[in-house]
Design a protein around this ligand. Structure first.
Ligand code: ADP
Ligand code: MG
Length: 258
């Protein structure tokens, strides 16, 4: 397991990060920090640039300019497997599971493929010991996330809320220091959202740092330690949930934006 002891300074720094798609500036010189052990919410109206920012951190997109620093080292524009290997786990905005495969196989395979460069080697299963270790770790994370009873069920047979949790278990199986979640509450029913919030609070109490990209204001308010609000690719506001809730510029962005 990774050594999770906090170092000095923030866990992750986004420094003047910029992403252009042709003439469109999706992320416009955005800067913010993620502190050790916090749940930071990144919110804003649709099209604000949240998912693009998420992709710049996870390595799914490369920066046009600026920098992303994780545990003191530059990770900006590194490939996703390397970002994962350094300790950043992620889920996807739209659930990406293989529905006919068991929960265990989804978590194990996802963790296995994402944790290394040798995708070919992984596919050929050259290292049986490593495969056994990965499956044991996957089972542990499924249990940790409260889905132990569904370990051998087909992933596609689970409710959407449970599938989201399978994705979280898969991210945890890579032993991340920082967990990135893109709209985990989208499409969930009220009770599913409550279950998800409970799981995220538990992970935080175990020392996990979480970046929560979310459109749902109600979901982030009770859950996050701090919020960064984006609009038009820029930072509109930053502060405690209670401060953000009463910020007139934020209210206007949300009312006008959606
Ligand atoms: P959010 O997640 O806050 O809804 P996004 O980061 O998805 O916003 O999108 C920000 C802006 O960038 C939007 O105008 C969107 O249309 C644009 N955008 C996102 N991804 C791409 C892409 N791959 N190519 C071109 N434009 C994109
Ligand atoms: Mg998005």
């Amino acid at each position: 397991m990774r050594h999770h002891a906090p170092a000095d300074g923030p866990l992750l720094e986004v420094k003047a990060a910029r992403k252009q798609f042709g003439g469109l500036v999706a992320v416009n010189d955005l800067s913010f920090d993620i502190r050790h052990g916090e749940i930071l919410g990144l919110i804003g109206p649709n099209g604000a640039g949240k998912s693009t920012t998420f992709a710049l951190i996870s390595g799914a997109l490369s920066l046009t300019s600026g920098e992303v620093v994780f545990r003191g080292a530059s990770i900006g524009s590194r490939p996703p497997f390397e970002v994962a290997r350094r300790g950043i786990g992620r889920t996807f905005q739209h659930v990406k599971l293989i529905p006919t495969m068991s929960v265990l196989d989804n978590v194990a395979l996802g963790a296995y493929l994402r944790g290394r460069t040798g995708v070919v080697k992984a596919a050929l299963r050259l290292d049986r010991h490593e495969e056994a270790r990965t499956r044991a770790e996957a089972a542990r994370q499924i249990e940790r996330c409260g889905l132990g009873a569904h370990t051998f069920d087909a992933a596609g047979s689970l409710a959407l809320g449970q599938q989201r949790v399978v994705e979280i278990a898969r991210a945890l199986a890579c032993d991340p220091t920082l967990l990135l979640l893109d709209e985990p509450a989208a499409g969930l029913r009220f009770l599913e959202k409550q279950e998800l919030a409970k799981l995220l609070r538990t992970l935080k109490s175990e020392g996990m740092t979480i970046l929560l990209v979310e459109h749902d204001m109600d979901f982030v308010m009770g859950l996050t330690d701090r919020l960064v609000v984006m609009e038009f690719g820029q930072k509109l506001a930053e502060g405690l949930p209670a401060e953000i809730q009463t910020n007139p510029a934020v209210r206007e962005a949300y009312l006008g934006g959606v």
